[in-house]
Design a binder for this molecule. Structure first.
Ligand code: FAD
Ligand code: DHB
Length: 400
């Protein structure tokens, strides 16, 4: 079914989705599989959304969901399945094998690729997406005919009238603010450090990701493919990117990742992208107000150390799609449970991301450093410690 233009500038659909990032596009896909029609509105261009370099790791349940919904073809052909990760500190590197520990694994497959697959699938299905909109606003959330208005690129005003609205518009979109302050609660933790991330045209120097604790600061060796590597180094907040030449980044990576130790060497190559990323934890509750449902970064932000942001967005909409399908068809049980059910996983991932971040980033305090090293030694030497990390990193089942 395609959306119908009922008056010149009014569109009628079943679910209006704000935001064409991973949450919004996976939701439109899952809703279509449930026989529910949706319209997506997005401020950016299609190309811009698909080219944002962000997450790189998919957990088991995300991969299962993408495959089960016809989105696993390129992921299976081009993604790389990893059994686990390396944790290291000066002089020691340990492999945690998630498959042995939990029977679950993770995949290296960039958010850019997930987004391209989603766009291709939704195009093929005739999904209506309004790109480059302005002035997005939400209306009548307490009625059973809520709507979203926006200005199209040609300057005309458009109203999308729906049975429900999904706020999938990330941390800066208008949806979260549409939940009245009188019913909204939020929690926030700002961290005193950021990540400087680079993408480089060089084969990975490791078979699986390396998370490194070092007195100079955390470093992460990740990857995108056999020829493209992704790296992050901990830097102070508000670090001007200009202070870090490519040479300085490679030097810091070599020291923190242990170039030259036990015969391991870090290969370098041309840097194609660089950015400084601040880190914070944020949770907003409830994730539903009337006929508005929040999903993904619109409701919560995690620091990236646990690789959870994208996976959590997908887990939200896996719950939300059947909830909205039920609501549209007159059964509100899943919709009524959505916020509480989703927040259970949100808080689990919020804790795990905070825990990984706190364990691996140096604060400059020698007492903190000893506690971190003690924690790392325990995680790497105890099955209980290793399994706890593995279970959270590889991802709990959808519906946990
Ligand atoms: P988004 O991807 O933010 O999508 C929201 C969409 O809504 C956007 O396309 C936006 O343009 C649109 N929108 C906003 N306002 C409006 C409006 N008014 N009207 C219409 N549309 C609107 N996670 C990891 O796990 N690992 C990482 O390394 C990592 N790196 C990151 C780097 C950066 C710079 C950022 C910002 C995030 C990173 N994340 C990472 C987090 C991860 O990318 C997000 O959790 C994920 O993108 C969430 O998906 P989403 O669809 O909820 O939100
Ligand atoms: C990547 C990002 C992460 O935050 C992480 O924990 C692992 C990998 C990445 O961009 O590849």
């Amino acid at each position: 079914m395609t959306a119908t233009l009922t008056t010149m500038d009014e569109v009628r659909t079943q679910v209006a989705i704000i935001g064409a990032g991973p949450a919004g596009m996976v939701l439109s896909h899952l809703l279509a599989a449930e026989g529910i029609e949706s319209v997506v509105v997005e401020t950016r261009t299609e190309a811009y959304v698909a080219s944002r370099i962000r997450a790189g790791i998919l957990e088991q349940s995300t991969v299962d969901l993408l495959r089960a919904n016809g989105l696993g073809g390129r992921l299976d052909a081009e993604g790389h399945q990893h059994r686990g990760i390396y944790l290291q500190w000066p002089g020691e590197r340990h492999h945690l094998d998630f498959v042995d520990l939990t029977g679950r694994s993770v995949w290296v497959y960039g958010q850019t690729e997930v987004q391209k697959d989603l766009v291709a699938a939704r195009h093929a299905a005739g999904q209506q997406v309004f790109y480059e909109v302005a002035d997005t606003a939400l209306h009548d959330l307490s009625s059973d005919r809520p709507s979203v208005t926006f200005t199209s690129p040609s300057g005309s005003s458009v109203r999308v009238v729906a049975d429900a609205i999904a706020g999938c518009d990330g941390s800066f979109g208008p949806s979260r603010g549409a939940v009245p302050e009188s019913v909204r609660q939020s929690w926030e933790r700002l961290y005193p450090y950021s990540w400087l991330g680079i993408l480089a045209n060089v084969a990975p120097s490791t078979d699986e990701l390396i998370y490194a604790w070092h007195p100079d600061g955390f470093a992460l060796h990740s990857m995108r493919s056999d020829t493209v590597s992704r790296f992050y180094v901990q830097v102070p907040n508000d670090t001007p990117i200009g202070e870090w030449s490519d040479d300085r980044v490679w030097e810091a990576l070599a020291i923190r990742l242990g170039h030259g130790q036990d015969g391991w060497s870090l290969e370098t190559g041309p840097v194609t992208s660089r950015a400084v990323l601040p880190m914070r934890s944020f949770v907003a509750s409830p994730m539903r107000h009337g006929r508005l449902f929040l999903a993904g970064d619109a409701a919560h932000i995690v620091p990236p150390t646990g690789a959870k942001g994208l996976n959590l967005a997908v887990a939200d909409v896996a719950l939300l799609a059947p909830a909205l399908a039920g609501l549209v068809r007159g059964s509100s049980a899943l919709a009524d449970a959505y916020s509480d059910t989703a927040l259970r996983r949100v808080w689990r991932c919020t804790h795990f991301s905070w825990w990984m971040t706190s364990m691996l980033h140096t604060s400059g305090d020698p007492f903190d450093a000893e506690l971190q090293l003690s924690q790392l030694r325990w995680v790497c030497s105890s099955d209980a410690g290793a399994t706890g990390l593995a279970e959270n990193y590889a991802g709990l089942p959808i519906g946990f």
